[in-house]
Design a protein around this ligand. Structure first.
Ligand code: SF4
Ligand code: SF4
Length: 394
């Protein structure tokens, strides 16, 4: 496809997906190496948050982890909604298969249309990689058995208006994540129920009830590419500003291919997230091979300590806030995104352009949320709201 054609298709208003995923370059394998045979399945109990919860990072962080969700009222409310969704991830499958469901291409389109109807922002489908399934469940400690053939990735934007106004580690930060977790989880639970009503098994996986790690599914389903932040997949239209749920199923579905929009080269040149990360968790260096995945290393312990122990806010998303791909979807930004996808030499000017246009600073005048903290059951007005820390150089 020529550059002029892809440019025009980006502005095609007849497309079905909310973003023009049809213009993206598709490739046979993700742009970061995955040595499938070397991957050891991940034990959910070993995540940074779960280690903090059981006291691996000390008593203070164990205590902070136990109140991390509830210390801000909005994140508490969103976290509660995720808990309500825990019991509705799976259920009975209708005894008869509905007619017209044996065409994988048509059903993939229909499932995406359904997810968009339910307010998903981006949807992709892949075969479920067995190595993405957790080895053990955090909730039960039991080995996880999940043999569905397909995975449907459901992405929900964390909201540009809020992303534009936040420092990244102030009081709204956790709520931005939890809003996307809750909304994508809500969509996944309904979609899985719908598929079961069509006569096929399906299970929803969301933030309080994942049976799998999400990044390899996002890569294979063409949602994005791996980025410097670490275990984060970045989408070419909403950047790293999203969370995702997944529905696994045996409903026959046509799958998507991974995408290549130059992210590996972009992150090589950019490093803005590493400069601003308050904990120094993001590497300025090269990618490394870890557990079969080639990626930029992220110091999980440093990141977890910052997110759990943040004294000036609730959680952390500074890396997401400062990323040049965290932008609105206006005609101007669509043109810039198109340029960044197609002209490697332009990528070295992205950070410079961001700073010139003021995108490296939060628009505090657009802040809409309350600064509040609940300490020992009582409301406090916190004296600080976010602190990105010193700007670092490689
Ligand atoms: Fe991102 Fe904050 Fe973790 Fe750094 S500490 S990687 S900025 S979430
Ligand atoms: Fe990549 Fe720059 Fe975004 Fe970091 S801030 S993820 S280096 S594009």
């Amino acid at each position: 496809m020529g550059i002029a054609t892809t440019f025009l298709r980006a502005f095609d208003t007849k497309k079905v997906d909310p973003y023009p995923v049809n213009i993206l370059k598709r490739v046979d394998s993700p742009t970061t190496l995955i040595k499938e045979k070397e991957i050891q399945r991940v034990d959910e109990r070993e995540s940074g948050f779960n280690r903090a919860f059981r006291g691996d990072f000390g008593e203070h962080l164990r205590h902070e982890r136990s109140r991390m969700i509830e210390k801000y009222p909005l994140s508490g409310a969103l976290g509660q909604m995720q808990l309500h969704l825990v019991d509705v991830v799976d259920g009975e499958v209708a005894p008869d298969k509905a007619p017209l469901t044996d065409d994988p291409v048509g059903m993939a389109r229909h499932i995406k249309d359904t997810a968009y109807f339910l307010r998903a922002d981006v949807v992709g489908i892949c075969e479920l990689p067995p190595y993405a399934v957790y080895s053990h469940s955090m909730a039960t400690g039991e080995p996880v058995e999940l043999n569905h053939k397909y995975a449907i990735a459901i992405v929900v934007d964390q909201d540009w208006k809020t992303a534009e106004a936040t420092v990244g580690n102030d009081w709204i930060s956790n709520s931005m994540s939890f809003m996307s977790y809750s909304a994508s989880g809500f969509i996944a639970c309904i979609l899985a129920d719908y598929i079961r009503r069509l006569g096929y098994p399906a299970r929803a996986h969301h933030a309080r009830n994942y049976e799998l790690v999400v990044p390899p599914i996002l890569l294979k389903a063409g949602i994005g590419e791996m980025c410097r932040i670490g275990d984060i997949v970045l989408n070419p239209f909403i950047g790293p500003r999203f969370k995702a749920s997944v529905v696994t199923t045996d409903l026959p579905l046509a799958v998507d291919k991974p995408i290549d929009f130059g992210m590996q080269d972009f992150c090589d040149k950019c490093m803005q997230c590493a400069r601003y990360c308050p904990s120094g968790a993001i590497s300025f260096g090269e990618k490394v091979l870890h557990n079969g995945y080639e990626k930029w290393p992220n110091d999980v312990e440093k990141c977890t300590k910052q997110r759990v122990g943040n004294k000036t806010g609730s959680g952390c998303g500074v890396c997401i806030a400062v990323c040049p791909w965290n932008k609105p979807y206006t005609p101007f930004h669509r043109f810039i995104q198109w340029t960044m996808r197609h002209f490697p030499f332009a990528r070295r000017y992205a950070v410079w352009g961001d700073e010139l246009l003021g995108y490296d600073k939060p628009k505090l005048e657009n802040k809409w949320w309350l600064d509040l903290e609940i300490v020992d059951g009582a409301f406090k007005i916190p004296p600080h709201a976010g602190n990105r820390g010193d700007y670092k150089s490689p």
